[in-house]
Design a protein around this ligand. Structure first.
Ligand SMILES: CC(C)(COP(=O)(O)OP(=O)(O)OC[C@H]1O[C@@H](n2cnc3c(N)ncnc32)[C@H](O)[C@@H]1OP(=O)(O)O)[C@@H](O)C(=O)NCCC(=O)NCCS
Length: 170
């Protein structure tokens, strides 16, 4: 007998998803998905994409994307020097990324990160960098695996230039 693993894909959060049963073990991330994400999407504050498996209604994970900007002064000198002297440059913020506690360490976090990268690359609107807010040191280490580095005096904010992401896909 052969068995085929159900397809994994991301799609915009909708009423079809059973968000109440999503449990990342991080209460603010669960609460955001359950109470705020839909409203933020409708108001065009942040888009929310959920990772689902073969038509299952309970998300395995989710992430959000929104437009943001980075002050030139926050970028490391060698990068800033190659940019025009604008006070800020456009960027894309992945404000939240979470995988259900029962589905960790199976590549889903990486899958969603690259899914978000591909959305940014497909976007016709220019974005200089992809930015994330790491909620703690562990989360920062996760992003650093993918060549993210800290913004100067940016607190917990890390970035990777979109030009570097494009090279990862080439
Ligand atoms: C961080 C998180 C999204 C990772 O998701 P995941 O599906 O477990 O991660 P993956 O299975 O895709 O892991 C990809 C790689 O990163 C590593 N990794 C996973 N979590 C990591 C962490 N917290 N720190 C460092 N490395 C990590 C994995 O070991 C794996 O490496 P490997 O391929 O060499 O084994 C998930 O742990 C999570 O939801 N955490 C709680 C919320 C959170 O911290 N969100 C991030 C920022 S707000």
């Amino acid at each position: 007998m052969t068995s085929t693993a159900p397809a994994l894909y991301t799609e915009p959060l909708s009423d079809q998803h059973d968000r109440e049963r999503f449990n990342s073990g991080v209460e603010p991330l669960d609460r955001y998905l359950q109470q705020q994400a839909g409203q933020d999407a409708r108001r065009r504050i942040a888009s929310c994409f959920v990772l689902v498996s073969g038509g299952d209604r309970v998300p395995i994970g989710y992430y959000t994307l929104a437009a943001t900007s980075i002050a030139l002064a926050e970028l490391p000198g060698p990068l800033a020097k190659r940019l025009p002297r604008y006070p800020v440059v456009p960027a894309t913020l992945m404000g939240r990324l979470a995988v259900d506690a029962g589905h960790r360490q199976q590549g889903h976090g990486e899958f969603m990160l690259f899914d978000a990268f591909s959305r940014v690359l497909r976007n016709d609107i220019a974005s200089y960098a992809f930015v994330v807010d790491a909620k703690d040191d562990k989360a920062a280490r996760f992003y650093q695996r993918y060549r993210f580095r800290f913004l100067i005096e940016g607190g917990r904010r890390l970035f990777i230039p979109v030009a570097e992401i494009a090279k990862l896909f080439s």
